[in-house]
Design a protein around this ligand. Sequence first.
Ligand SMILES: Nc1nc2c([nH]c(=O)n2[C@H]2C[C@H](O)[C@@H](COP(=O)(O)OP(=O)(O)OP(=O)(O)O)O2)c(=O)[nH]1
Length: 135
Amino acid sequence: MTEVVAALIWDKDKFMICQRPAHKARGLLWEFVGGKVEPGETKEQALIRECQEELAVTLSIGDVFMDVVHEYPDLTVHLTLFNAVVIEGVPQKFEHKDIKWIAPSGIPNYEFCPADVEILKKIIEVYGNGQGTDT
Ligand SMILES: Nc1nc2c([nH]c(=O)n2[C@H]2C[C@H](O)[C@@H](COP(=O)(O)OP(=O)(O)OP(=O)(O)O)O2)c(=O)[nH]1
């Protein structure tokens, strides 16, 4: 089982989603920024490193919003999604094809990694479908 960490980052009523590069597994699908935990790292350390590498931002990590296990044909992931806040920097596309901030009501407009589907349902349950503009 591969440990993967990711960040749920809000800016007012919108949260950040990132489009995976075409050449990687799950290419062009949308995800929460993050990646695989490397040997010797805590999950929090891995998430801070991934966000520095991929977005050039520094995060403050909060509690776990949700974790899920999902079996892909090529690997089984244990994905842990942390609440997090950007404390330094403006997100850059060093890794991703695109970055967007969306309201929960905008979720149906994007095709996400299958492991994220349960998490997105919980975001809608907890934060509602919103009245705000969807992006
Ligand atoms: N970062 C991230 N990965 C996700 C999410 N949902 C999901 O199924 N995944 C999957 C996609 C990948 O198969 C795996 C994460 O691996 P990755 O390729 O992003 O990891 P990494 O940045 O460490 O890259 P690499 O060393 O494998 O090149 O987890 C998600 O919301 N965020």
